[in-house]
Design a protein around this ligand. Structure first.
Ligand code: BEZ
Length: 224
């Protein structure tokens, strides 16, 4: 049983609401689980479904990359802990990915409603009780528990795990260096000096930056 009611809007910069819920690894308090880590919190429509199976396998295989970046993974599926346990075995068999992170059991959609992960679009995305299932949401949460990015995909479109990791890299780089990342950026490529950085500061922070336009300044960064 999840607890918690939304007290702040679901916007970038809002605090990610706390809740307590059951999962495949026991009862979880969200904020306690986060501690002072980053988190990627992602939802699934239901257990034993094809696209979700491929997604969870991919996230399980990529978990060491998230851990390296100080990011905890937390899944949610609108199903029970008993079904989660059976499904996790299937995921390992089918994809080779061993899910070790928690998957919230949310058959009554309490947490899904708290995070507005409900499908208003696809009338086929329903469970055996005709309740709308959850969509594929992804919330990126920083160590201050602020929501930093929200993605929403329909049930029919599997996510891109590499893109989720790329967004983490972009957010963490932006926090560290006062930069933004351009279209199709991948780690290691040049970045954009943040608009908030005035020219005299840019000259000090990024001595070798290139000014394409006063509002478009590229720089390389030291490699980690
Ligand atoms: C899927 O994961 O394949 C799926 C789940 C619910 C509705 C449609 C597709």
């Amino acid at each position: 049983m999840a607890t918690g009611a939304r007290t702040t809007p679901l916007r970038l910069g809002s605090v990610a609401e706390d809740f307590t819920a059951e999962s495949n690894v026991g009862r979880i308090n969200f904020h306690e689980y986060l501690g002072d880590s980053w988190a990627v919190f992602f939802s699934h429509p239901a257990d034993f479904t094809p696209v979700c199976t491929t997604e969870l396998g991919a996230f399980a295989k990529l978990e060491p990359e998230f851990t390296k970046r100080g990011v905890k993974l937390l899944g949610l599926s609108a199903d029970t802990t008993e079904r989660h346990a059976g499904w996790i075995k299937d995921i390992a068999e089918v994809t080779g990915g061993n899910v070790k992170f928690p998957i919230i059991a949310d058959p009554d959609r309490k947490v899904a409603n708290l995070y507005d992960m409900i499908d208003y679009q696809d009338p086929t995305n329903i469970d055996h009780n005709s309740l709308p299932l959850t969509i594929r949401s992804v919330f990126f949460i920083d160590p201050a528990k602020k929501i930093r990015t929200i993605l929403s995909y329909p049930a029919s479109t599997g996510r891109n795990a590499a893109e989720v990791l790329r967004i983490v890299d972009s957010l963490q780089l932006g926090d560290k260096y006062k930069v933004a990342t351009p279209i199709d950026w991948i780690p290691g490529q040049d970045v954009i000096v943040a608009n908030s950085v005035k020219q005299p500061e840019a000259d000090v922070l990024f001595p070798s930056h290139r000014v394409i336009k006063p509002y478009l300044r590229y720089t390389s960064l030291p490699t980690a």
